[in-house]
Design a protein around this ligand. Structure first.
Ligand code: ADP
Ligand code: MG
Length: 202
């Protein structure tokens, strides 16, 4: 069993808390927060999403790979790759950078995000939960960013009445194009509101 402490906490999302793995710096462990059923199901949805992606395309380097469940002091956790910058620090999400970092090149972040989404769309990679907190930007030695999808549950968290985009390539593509446009717009929108967001989210 793995003991998870506050000092290992990287960040918390809506349904899960993400911890550094206690003995392997290349991994994270995600555990549900709260005890609602939906929160508990996030890890299962993510593993299913990951397995579906792997069935469809084997050489996906730009996602955090999932390795299955382990028992932790905080319940059952999902083990995934930890995305780290070239200098070894844990990569920030787009949200962390545009809301919490004083200096950042917004146009460049929009460009790498747009390129990343286009790459996913071209390859029919169905990752619908593309929000600012679900994409990590790995900073490379030369200062450039390499985006990684770190939350893969979106495909099985589909809120459509009839989840056509989970099954149809045509609708999946349309949805991804829509999501990409929103994502790029939100980068500037949230950047411009960062002062009020910083005071709300700490
Ligand atoms: N593989 C990872 N590497 C580094 N940080 C991560 C990783 N996965 C998640 N995180 C951090 O933890 C946060 C919450 O994880 P996420 O899987 O998105 O949970 P939720 O299901 O609650 O949205 C992310 O926004 C990010 O800050
Ligand atoms: Mg998330």
């Amino acid at each position: 069993m793995f003991a998870l402490y506050d000092s290992l906490l990287i960040s918390q999302g809506r349904t899960r808390a993400c911890y550094r793995h206690p003995s392997d710096r290349g991994l994270v462990i995600k555990v549900p927060v709260g005890d609602k059923k939906a929160q508990n199901r996030s890890n299962i949805k993510e593993l299913r999403g990951y397995q579906a992606l792997m069935r469809e395309q084997v050489d996906l380097f730009c996602i955090s790979h999932c390795y299955g469940f382990v028992t932790t002091s905080l319940g059952r956790g999902l083990v995934c790759d930890c995305i780290r910058d070239d200098d070894g620090s844990i990569s920030k999400t787009i949200w962390d950078i545009i809301v919490h970092q004083e200096v950042c090149d917004v146009a460049y972040i929009q460009k790498v995000t747009d390129d990343f989404c286009r790459f996913l769309i071209q390859r029919d990679t169905r990752l619908f939960d593309l929000n600012l907190k679900n994409i990590a930007l790995r900073m490379q030695k030369d200062g450039s960013y390499q985006p990684f999808a770190i939350d893969l549950k979106g495909r099985f968290d589909n809120k459509e009445t009839i989840p056509v985009s989970s099954y149809s390539s045509y609708f999946a593509k349309k949805k991804m194009v829509r999501r990409t446009r929103q994502l790029i717009e939100r980068i500037l929108f949230f950047r411009n509101r960062r002062k009020e967001l910083q005071s709300k989210t700490g």
